[in-house]
Write a protein that binds this ligand. Structure first.
Ligand code: PEP
Ligand code: MN
Length: 337
């Protein structure tokens, strides 16, 4: 971190500020005295330093961070890719494209078990399905809640597929014992109390990027989970809100290599929420596989026109079957280049 001091600070003021910094933070301070101003270079762990606090000090003209504000998620301190491995042996990261598939919402036993069996047959390694649904309208279907979680457990028992499902409130955590990967949805990406609580679990967390959040903010949210001890975080690019209206969101495909450059955590892509339309799922999924995403999370419904949630962006099991083959081929081909 570089701090430029206001001109005309006397030595006593500079010394007292440096003293304040070294007593407060675990850093060493180098001082360069120029003709017009003095510049301080802070070396050490600057993650705990609040830029705004520094900027608010009387002697400070400007502050510039030269190191990222996240540490545990940072590739600089963990050069190898992280691989998330489930007790059943399923992995996310590490050179295989992980396919997570299932309906937007759990609707009935037949529906979730039928879709689970079909997507497993097509190569999915994980079953997704929402039990608690974050809906824009309070009058829209809110999910089957605890009953939905029970049905996911039944589907898991039948197929062996681990469950990926969203948590919306800390209060619901006791219901999530049988859930293998807990999803934090886009709307909760900065629910810091929830992130901290999930950070104390020994269970993978799938963290989706918020609708209007930067990559750095996503990494800072991952840091919240990791700082509490849980290093099993999977990041998900699911489209961000832009001025474009042709698609539900805009898939920020460049976020995948950008995040991978900055972080060792696995990155997956959700083409369903990014596009909002079923015909766009396959091309976006192919793009994600080609660019090196570690996995895909895709909404698959047995009867999209009658889906209780997100039918327009849901693909059928038959469409998923063809997509799964193509994306896996693309992924393997690009990795082998
Ligand atoms: C979902 O995956 O069901 C979902 C609601 O996604 P997002 O949080 O990305 O909107
Ligand atoms: Mn959905």
């Amino acid at each position: 971190m570089i701090i430029v001091l206001k001109p005309q600070q006397n030595q006593e003021q500079i010394d007292s500020f440096v003293q304040k910094l070294t007593s407060r933070y675990d850093v060493t301070v180098n001082t360069w005295v120029g003709t017009h101003s003095t510049v301080l270079g802070l070396l050490g762990d600057t993650t705990a330093i609040d830029d705004e606090y520094i900027a608010a000090q009387d002697v400070v003209e400007a502050v510039r961070r030269v190191q990222e504000p996240y540490k545990k998620a940072n590739r600089k301190f963990h050069p190898e890719d992280s691989v998330i491995t489930l007790p059943g042996g399923q992995t996310i990261g590490g050179g295989r494209l992980a396919l997570i598939a299932g309906p937007c919402s759990v609707e009935s036993e037949e529906q979730i078990c039928g879709v689970a069996e079909a997507v497993k047959e097509s190569g999915a390694a994980f079953l997704r399905g929402g039990a608690f649904k974050p809906r824009t309208s309070p009058y829209a279907f809110q999910g089957m809640k605890s009953e939905g979680l029970e049905l996911l457990s039944k589907a898991k028992k039948k197929t062996g597929l681990p469950i990926v499902t969203e948590i919306m409130s800390i209060e619901h955590l006791p219901l999530f014992d049988d859930v293998d990967v807990i999803q934090v949805g886009a709307r909760n990406m900065q629910n810091f109390e929830l992130l901290k609580r999930l950070g104390r679990l020994d269970k993978p967390i799938l963290l989706k990027r918020g609708l209007a959040n930067t990559v750095e903010e996503l990494l800072m949210s991952a840091e919240y989970i990791m700082a509490e001890g849980n290093q099993q975080v999977i990041l998900c690019e699911r489209g961000i809100r832009t001025y474009e209206t042709m698609t539900r969101n805009t898939l920020d495909i460049s976020a995948v290599p950008v995040i991978k450059r900055l972080s060792h955590l696995p990155v997956i892509v959700d083409p369903s929420h990014a596009s909002g339309v079923s015909w766009l799922i396959e091309p976006l999924a192919i793009a994600a596989a080609a660019i090196g995403a570690d996995g895909l999370i895709i909404e698959v419904h047995n009867d999209p026109p009658h889906a209780l949630c997100d039918g327009a962006q849901s693909i059928t099991p038959a469409q998923f079957d063809s997509l799964a083959k193509r994306v896996t081929q693309v992924y393997d081909m690009v990795q082998a280049l």
